[in-house]
Design a binder for this molecule. Structure first.
Ligand code: FES
Length: 225
């Protein structure tokens, strides 16, 4: 599939942020995934062409990281942590509840919901934990996990937000995050708006915040550059 002019423009904009175009391989893989709904051979070839890498090099990056998916994941990707802390505190029961409520076994997806095992997602203190479109919810129980899946099916939220997930379905957390994050994920593709890394941030910024792409390192005092 050939990318649209708009998508190509976005890709070139990302490439221009790096000293070497090959360094843009990871955000461009997200674009390829978003363009086709999954990572296809054509998409990876397009990334290879744009970055100057070989298709084999692009494929080795894509196959190394778990967030790149060669199969469609539905609108909501539910990643249930099954590493040791979560496992000891009932992750298997949570995963089973998710699978049952979604009617989708781990490793598969329908058009709306994908379910997968995940290795430690860095929320051991709030185990058992899971991610929905890479947004975190901690202290899950099988009952709450089932409610969460029913909510996804019925409410069909456009944006998944960790704070909302935690308020509606979460329990004990690793720690109090203190800062509320207003933005969330708009699909099972990390690093797209509103994060502003693989694309421009389209959300209004809070006062005092500035777009990441405009951030400049402060000059070192008395140093040379
Ligand atoms: S073991 Fe599940 S978050 Fe670390």
């Amino acid at each position: 599939m050939t990318w649209s002019a708009e998508t190509l423009a976005r890709a070139h904009d990302i490439i221009a942020r790096y000293p070497q175009r090959r360094s843009a391989v990871m955000p461009l893989l997200y674009i390829a995934m978003r363009e086709d709904g999954r990572l296809t051979d054509d998409g990876m070839r397009q990334v290879a062409e744009l970055t100057g890498l070989t298709p084999a090099q692009v494929q080795s990056v894509a196959s190394f990281y778990v967030m790149y998916k060669t199969e469609a994941q539905g609108k909501y990707l539910v990643s249930v942590c099954s590493s040791i802390s979560c496992f000891l505190l009932g992750a298997d029961d949570v995963l089973h509840a998710v699978e049952q409520a979604a009617g989708v076994p781990a490793g598969e997806a329908d058009e709306e919901i994908g379910v997968e095992h995940a290795e430690c997602i860095g929320a051991c203190g709030g185990a058992p934990a899971c991610l929905v479109n890479f947004e975190l919810v901690e202290g899950l129980t099988p009952e709450k996990a089932k409610e969460m899946i029913e909510w996804l099916r019925n409410a069909k939220p456009d944006v998944i937000n960790a704070d909302e997930l935690q308020t509606l379905f979460g329990g004990r957390r690793s720690f109090d995050w203190a800062i509320k994050e207003e933005n969330g994920a708009i699909g099972p593709y990390p690093a797209f708006p509103p994060f502003g890394t693989a694309a421009h941030n389209t959300q209004p910024l809070e006062p005092g915040r500035r777009p990441m792409s405009n951030s400049q390192p402060a000059p070192l005092e008395g140093g040379t550059s």
